[in-house]
Design a protein around this ligand. Structure first.
Ligand SMILES: NC(=O)c1ccc[n+]([C@@H]2O[C@H](COP(=O)([O-])OP(=O)(O)OC[C@H]3O[C@@H](n4cnc5c(N)ncnc54)[C@H](OP(=O)(O)O)[C@@H]3O)[C@@H](O)[C@H]2O)c1
Length: 281
């Protein structure tokens, strides 16, 4: 099987390339500047003849998106639509990445793929618009909703917390009223490689097993990186950010289990492996 990975230099795309290669899938990487999904002509002319496409390209700066709405929609909505239209025209199966931020987090329980969506921020709305364009393109597609990623290639919460702990003895303040499943991109990439070999269509949630608040996640990082460091819980109200976030966006991953017979490892295992890989603990 031959697979094109769009956004191949990003945090998830890098690991998807590696995970595919590890199981013998031939991979071709595409990314900016030469392959820009916002340009329909570029996608039409330069998307190679492959069996499947994995679209990891996105505008992911959640807070900046509040003031850069046009850019967020250009990549996350129109760009996703361009990829899906060309895949559909060429008969190529598409795996498209989306987010838990399509939900408002008010359900108070894990979200299944069929729960009503209601994004709270521009990033989430742009990703939802992308999902709709992917589904509307009419080809064979899987939309993977995932969340709270950390991986070797990109800026992420674990690295930020680990660096702050190493640089300063000031107590950290981290929100304790937003819950999610922190997901290691390497584990997600292995799941995507598995999905590529399954013949499925539709939306599927994929995230680490278990869940926690960002405060609990920071505590777990501190326990490994700097035992005894002070981490204090704060409320979202005390720590306002430009883009509102869902309070409880844990994803129900039972459909992924049904499809593949497997689940992602617990988030603690992802953290452990990531810290070892980055030599942060
Ligand atoms: N990070 C998270 O916590 C998270 C959570 C839920 C879902 N997701 C989703 O997971 C996917 C992967 O996210 P990630 O964290 O790996 O993002 P990332 O590290 O920012 O990677 C995205 C890649 O896409 C590229 N890109 C941006 N605009 C593009 C365009 N117009 N054409 C082609 N490539 C473009 C980026 O290039 P530049 O770096 O040069 O811009 C980058 O290499 C995205 O769909 C994201 O929405 C992420």
């Amino acid at each position: 099987m031959k697979v094109a990975v769009i956004g191949c230099n990003g945090m998830l795309g890098t690991d998807v390339m590696a995970a595919c290669r590890a199981v013998g899938i031939e991979t071709l990487g595409l990314d900016l500047p030469s392959f820009d999904i916002t340009r329909f002509d570029v996608v039409r002319e330069h998307l190679p003849e492959v069996d499947r496409v994995v679209n990891c390209a996105a505008y992911v700066r959640v807070d900046d998106a509040e003031t850069q709405r046009g850019q967020a929609y250009a990549v996350n909505a129109e760009g996703a639509g361009n990829v899906a239209r060309i895949c559909s025209a060429k008969g190529i199966g598409l795996i498209h990445l989306s987010t838990d931020y399509v939900f408002d987090g008010r359900k108070g329980a894990a979200y299944s793929e069929t729960d009503p969506v209601n994004p709270l921020n521009v990033y989430g709305a742009s990703k939802l618009a992308g999902e709709e364009l992917v589904r509307g393109a009419g080809g064979r597609s899987v939309i993977v909703r995932t969340q709270s990623l950390f991986g070797v290639r990109g800026a992420n919460f674990v690295r930020t917390i680990a660096r702050r702990l190493k640089q300063s003895d000031e107590p950290l303040r981290v929100v304790n009223d937003q819950f999610m499943s922190p997901t290691y991109t390497r584990h997600l990439a292995e799941a995507i490689a598995r999905l590529l070999q399954a013949d499925r269509e539709g939306i599927v949630n994929i995230a680490a097993s278990g869940h926690c608040s960002w405060f609990e996640f920071a505590q777990a990082i501190a326990a490994r990186v700097k035992p005894g460091a002070a981490v204090h819980p704060v409320s979202t109200a005390e720590f306002p950010r430009p883009a509102p976030r869902p309070a409880y966006s844990v994803l129900d991953t039972s459909r992924y289990r049904e499809w593949t017979g497997t689940a992602l490892p617990p988030w603690q295992k992802g953290l452990e492996e990531y810290l070892a890989e980055e030599k942060l603990a």
